[in-house]
Design a protein around this ligand. Structure first.
Ligand SMILES: N[C@@H](CCC(=O)N[C@@H](CS)C(=O)NCC(=O)O)C(=O)O
Length: 245
């Protein structure tokens, strides 16, 4: 089998979800690191990346084994599951209609709400030109609301996975969005179940290897980003003199 190409970024959560899924499915892949911004050769809003995704965002995935090119992390996850997960490693673990519905509802909550609200919180914390505390508060409140919902689900599932049947694509979707909670100023101390789940996920070999694959690719292809880590890229701040929060 030829290696798949995952188009990603040094630190962003959406490509990491796909790296985690690739690891769980034991699919060989390589990572191409893109930077934010419109550099024609290296930027997600540049000319080269436009031929990969017209939406100018990562992740995107190319599969030389089938000729498929797909972007949007939900669509990529579904593609991988249809094409390479005949045994349902990433769920649903049970063919019951309720199990399928449960899996989809938790994926959609991340894709439509927790992910975008967290993304906006990052934006208004680190990148927006004008300080806008109202916007920050609004998005932080929304993120906490989602954490409340997730905490309740982890209580119901009694466990180390969001669905009670075990780790599925749902966990792959959530893990990289929750891990940087501290970076976005979200306090996890009142969410013991989320903390426990996160610690459990952090110990899974597939998760460790996924993070490492992005880290290794970044070290080789974008050493500046590797040095920066989660710190905001100041070159993306739109006004000279604006200090990162
Ligand atoms: N709905 C998209 C969101 C993708 C997305 O927002 N990706 C971020 C990184 S996590 C990105 O590429 N941002 C760069 C930009 O907006 O310029 C998905 O789930 O794939």
């Amino acid at each position: 089998m030829e290696k798949l190409m995952l188009h990603g970024h040094a630190t962003s959560p959406n490509p990491l979800k796909i790296a985690i899924a690739l690891q769980y499915l034991q699919i060989p892949y390589q990572v191409k690191i893109w930077e934010f911004g419109d550099d024609p050769r290296r930027g997600v809003k540049g000319e080269d990346f436009a031929s990969i995704s017209p939406n100018g965002r990562v992740p995107a995935l190319q599969d030389p084994n089938t000729g498929v090119l797909v972007w949007e992390s939900g669509a990529i996850m579904n593609y991988l599951k249809r094409q390479y997960d005949k045994n349902g490693i990433l769920g649903p673990k049970n063919p019951k209609p309720q199990d399928q519905a449960d899996l989809e509802q938790w994926e959609y909550l991340l894709l439509t709400t927790l992910g975008p609200m967290t993304g906006q919180l990052v934006w208004f914390t680190y990148y927006n030109v004008q300080r806008n505390e109202d916007a920050r508060e609004r998005y932080k409140k929304q993120v906490y609301r989602c954490y409340d919902v997730l905490e309740g689900q982890l209580e119901r599932s009694e466990g180390n996975s969001i669905l009670s049947s075990g780790i599925t694509s749902v966990d792959c979707h959530y893990e990289p969005w929750i891990r940087p909670a501290e970076f976005i100023g979200v306090e996890l101390s009142t969410y013991p179940r989320i903390q426990k789940w996160l610690s459990f996920m952090a110990e899974q070999q597939a998760v460790i290897d996924a993070y490492q694959s992005i880290k290794d690719a970044t070290a080789l292809q974008d050493p500046e980003a590797a040095k920066r880590g989660l710190k905001p890229d100041e070159s993306l701040l739109h006004e000279i003199g604006l200090e990162a929060a």
